[in-house]
Write a protein that binds this ligand. Structure first.
Ligand SMILES: [Fe+2]
Length: 572
């Protein structure tokens, strides 16, 4: 059974190829079209690559699984919106949704037409396989459960919205995902966080991670929780929540698109994006992070009481919140947690394919790692290096040589093997440096990444030493959960410890990434610590590099000292 999973028009469109339940190729469109999150695109280039990698054409695909229920969107979802109080449609937010609906962005005929235009040449008769449209949140849920390897478990999917649904609570077992409860618009946790992302001067549905990072600089204030009771009250016993439409939708929107003037009367002046991040705004970030975590903990506990399962799977854009995930992992009703590393809509293509495979009564194989994108042969790397006219050399032992350079304080672009899927670089398209050097965080932020100096970096470490540094026993191969760093190591690896004493670690397995593990091993031989700073190989505003020429361009344009690409080394 060959299934092509697709999702678009975005943000974060992607394509995934599943053969007999096994992931063959999977990549985000942004990595190919080089536009961050590739908004409003269909996954055309990524689909072409997925098929080419497998040596297949469109005629070999049995079905396309599409991660949005387009036929129901233009009928049932439209009915749902029209059944909402009329005032919602007078506000700018709902007009936006209505406009989208009117434009038929997700109309099944439009999707088919665009796919036909983009992919038709991959079929001898220019014929698309049958397209099966699937519910967005069920695809998110499948992307977590089917990848986890669990035989049963609770699954929670949370995002802004997919069709009219914003949150889905499920129980999965016996090759089936059963929906236990759902929340619909206008009640949305992703929308709640996006409102404050905008209020705090960042890009909503884009910069939520910055708000999460900022929260660590704030402190708890009872008064802000009382104010949040007016905006997003919730029942601690069930997690049931609602959004007060008068603060988000209904009323004048003089200051922002996602909050009303009445909201501003309660929460005060919105932060301009150039203002300081400390003081009251950090406290607001703390307050909303705290509220999100309390709601989701309550939802998870309620679900546990309903099903009795002590396994928890998470997906949906809100599951990118690694601080929340880390706290969920530590709850006493959670024995095992799996968070899909491509929790945002980049994971929906895979989830759609896995869900369709499951519905056909077939088994999905678990997702053992995240390296499902393109890789490049030595010939292609040499071709790009020659075109760049940079001087390069071939290393006899790249892990040893680069570990020594990193220990000398160099910042390295590390390009190896197959591209990772998801927002985090996991050791194949990474910027690496020593975590033992105190000012390294500032240096990389200013010289390489060109981003805010208060944003933390993450550590990658050999899985064998994970519990030596981290105060957690949860599996953490994907940098998707934050945990406390053990006290005694916080001053030893300061560059990867956030202001609140936590880190978002990647435990690196020799089995799934032997070269990166080997580099960590060499660094350990030199320093006694198998830990490196690992940041994604891109600069702010650009997708992670995909090809050798992307890597060379970013190397040339930033303060990177060295590029290690395959077995080759380029030094400035
Ligand atoms: Fe989503």
């Amino acid at each position: 059974m060959v299934i092509l999973g697709l999702f678009g028009p975005g943000p974060n469109p992607s394509a995934a190829l599943l053969i007999d339940g096994e992931i063959i190729s999977w990549a985000e469109e942004e990595r190919f079209n080089r536009i961050k999150t590739a908004p409003n695109s269909l996954p055309i280039k990524s689909t072409k690559w997925c098929l080419e990698y497998a040596g297949l054409t469109l005629d070999d695909v049995d079905q396309i699984a599409y991660g949005w229920d387009s036929p129901s969107y233009i009928t049932e979802t439209k009915k749902f919106f029209l059944s909402q109080p009329k005032e919602f449609f007078d506000s700018s937010s709902y007009n936006h949704l209505q406009t989208e609906l009117n434009l038929n962005l997700y109309h099944p005929d439009r999707i088919k037409y665009q796919l036909q235009l983009g992919l038709g040449s991959l079929s001898v008769n220019r014929k698309l396989p049958e397209i099966v449209f699937l519910k967005h949140h069920e695809c998110h849920a499948a992307s977590a459960f089917c990848s986890s390897g669990y035989s049963e478990g609770n699954v929670i999917s949370i995002d802004g919205s997919g069709e009219e649904v914003s949150t889905l609570l499920c129980y999965a077992s016996n090759n089936k995902i059963e929906v236990i409860k759902s929340f619909k618009l206008p009640d949305t946790l992703g929308g709640f966080y996006a409102t404050f992302t905008e209020f705090l001067g960042f890009r909503p549905y884009h910069d939520e991670g910055k708000v999460m990072g900022l929260a660590s600089y704030g402190k708890y204030q009872e008064e802000l929780q009382n104010k949040l009771d007016k905006f997003i009250p919730f029942d601690p016993d069930t997690g049931d929540f609602s959004i007060n439409p008068k603060l988000r939708y209904i009323g004048d929107h003089t200051y922002g698109g996602r909050y009303t003037d009445e909201f501003v009367e309660i929460f005060g002046t919105p932060r301009g994006n150039e203002s300081a991040i400390d003081g009251p705004y950090a406290d607001i970030a703390y307050a909303i992070q705290y509220r999100l975590e309390n709601i989701v903990k309550s939802l998870a506990e309620w679900l546990y009481k309903e099903t009795g399962s002590r396994k928890l799977c998470l997906a949906g854009g809100v599951a990118m919140n690694c601080v929340m995930n880390g706290h969920l992992a530590e709850m006493d009703f959670v024995d095992n947690i799996y968070v899909q590393p491509a929790s945002a809509d980049n994971g929906v293509s895979l989830g759609a394919a896995q869900l369709l495979n499951m519905q056909a009564g077939l088994q999905n194989k678990n997702m053992a790692h995240a390296y499902w994108g393109p890789e490049y042969s030595d010939d292609l790397i040499i071709k790009a290096l020659n075109e760049s006219k940079l001087r390069y050399k071939k290393s006899k032992n790249i892990c040893n040589e680069i570990a020594r350079k990193i220990n000398e304080g160099k910042i390295v672009g590390w390009f190896q093997g197959r591209l990772e899927v998801g927002a985090r670089a996991l050791g194949n398209r990474s910027i690496l440096a020593s975590p033992l050097i105190k000012d390294m965080q500032d240096k990389i932020n200013l010289e390489v990444k060109h981003r805010e100096n208060w944003r933390p970096f993450c550590p990658s470490m050999k899985e064998e030493v994970y519990e030596k540094y981290m105060d957690s026993s949860a599996d953490s191969p994907y940098m998707i959960m934050a945990f406390p760093v053990r006290e005694e190591f916080r001053s030893i690896i300061p560059a990867v410890v956030h202001v609140d004493g936590t880190a978002r670690p990647q435990a690196v397995s020799k089995k799934y990434n032997s070269r990166f593990w080997g580099l960590l091993d060499e660094f350990e031989k030199l320093t006694g610590h198998a830990v490196l700073i690992n940041s994604s190989f891109n600069i702010q505003g650009e997708p992670i590099v995909c090809s050798p020429s992307d890597a060379l361009r970013t190397f040339g344009a930033t303060g990177l000292d060295i590029l290690a690409i395959g077995d080759f080394i380029v030094e400035k």
